[in-house]
Design a binder for this molecule. Structure first.
Ligand code: ADP
Ligand code: MG
Length: 334
């Protein structure tokens, strides 16, 4: 997660305002290879600073456990011991992997944290080389997520085959946002936004009592938004084909892979998911994107408490039917 390019937040925070007693404070820091922006409502700057500093520290702590770019991280140790022995890991990594495996099952395997070897072959941010299908097929035996063994009693993770590598790029940022939220809550912060790039945890309301307004980036016009979500006590995540990609011979190659084809998944420009917690919104936005329209829409309709705004590959915008009675509103900008 660390060496991702710094990219513009794909979701903008809009309409900040304040009342005389409560104010909005906003800080950002580079963490998990991206910009993390934390907004809180507090009476005094000192209180806000203390809480935000502790929340950043929490995200850094998780990064040191879960980043494959840090050789000493627990996840790197697990990958290094693939096919050899189980590795005792921090309970937070155990939990993140457990949650990731739940989303793997939920998505029929489309969300797959064992895709590490395929992700490394593509390296869409570092090179524009298209791996051959032979190269990709050669690593297929290494991407079966059923070969990830989580032993909760022993506190270990074991990858059964040598060469396997797990990668939490599709869930780690949302997972970290939830933890940062818990830290802010411990500091008495009741309202704010934690934005780990395109994964946002939104809680409470603005000082004037209004909902927070979150803009969803237009996948083909970076400075525009395609929709505005007005929400409270929900998380929103966007997965798109427009942040990390290259174009060759008119074809866009991006960073969300279909485990079936081992190629970038086709059918969507972006998938935004609104859910109760940010681990769910992060994992599901990646999962639905990887599933593609046919399977993705079917799963979305089955899930309670999950709403979506989706841009198809032809630019058509679709939102889920369930916004009625939901503590959010969506405005599509045309
Ligand atoms: P971002 O990291 O840009 O916020 P996502 O949350 O959608 O976007 O995660 C994309 C990342 O997840 C990729 O960079 C890669 O590390 C990983 N990934 C790619 N394809 C899959 C997949 N099918 N299942 C799970 N993780 C994936
Ligand atoms: Mg994701």
């Amino acid at each position: 997660m660390r060496n991702l390019p710094i990219f513009l937040l794909c979701i903008f925070i809009l309409n900040l305002s304040c009342t005389p007693s409560m104010h909005i404070y906003k800080r950002s820091q580079l963490l998990m290879g991206t910009i993390v922006e934390i907004t809180v409502v507090a009476k005094e700057e000192g209180t806000a600073d203390e809480a935000i500093t502790a929340a950043f520290k929490e995200i850094r702590r998780l990064e040191e456990i879960m980043s494959t770019y840090i050789p000493s991280s627990d996840i790197s140790q697990v990958n290094a011991a693939a096919g050899v022995h189980p590795v005792k890991v921090h309970k937070d990594l155990l939990l993140a992997v457990k949650r990731a495996l739940e989303f793997a099952d939920l998505s029929g395997g489309a969300f797959n944290i064992a895709l590490g070897p395929a992700i490394d072959l593509w390296k869409v941010t570092e090179s524009t080389r298209i791996p051959s299908q032979e190269e990709l097929e050669a690593i297929r035996p290494l991407i079966d997520y059923k070969n990830i063994v989580v032993d909760e009693g022993a506190g270990t993770i074991f990858l059964k085959k040598t060469g396997m590598r797990i990668n939490l790029g599709g869930i780690g940022k949302g997972f970290a946002a939830n933890y940062a939220y818990n830290v802010l809550a411990r500091y008495g912060i009741r309202s704010g936004i934690i934005a780990v790039a395109g994964d946002l945890k939104v809680f409470g309301k603005q000082p004037d009592g209004s909902l927070w307004s979150i803009g969803i980036t237009h996948p083909r016009r970076k400075d525009d938004i395609i929709a505005k979500a007005h929400l409270t006590d929900r998380s929103i995540s966007t997965s798109g084909d427009y942040e990390r990609f290259f174009i060759k011979n008119g074809i866009r190659y991006h960073h969300i892979l279909s485990p079936d084809t081992l190629q970038p998944s086709r059918g969507f420009q972006s998938v935004s998911i609104i859910a109760k917690d940010s681990t769910t919104s992060d994992a599901l936005s990646t999962a639905i994107f990887a599933m593609g329209p046919e399977r993705g829409f079917k799963l979305l309709e089955e899930l309670p408490d999950v709403e979506s705004v989706i841009v198809r590959d032809d630019g058509h915008v679709e939102m889920s039917s369930g916004f009625k009675g939901y503590p959010v509103a969506i405005e599509i900008i045309r």
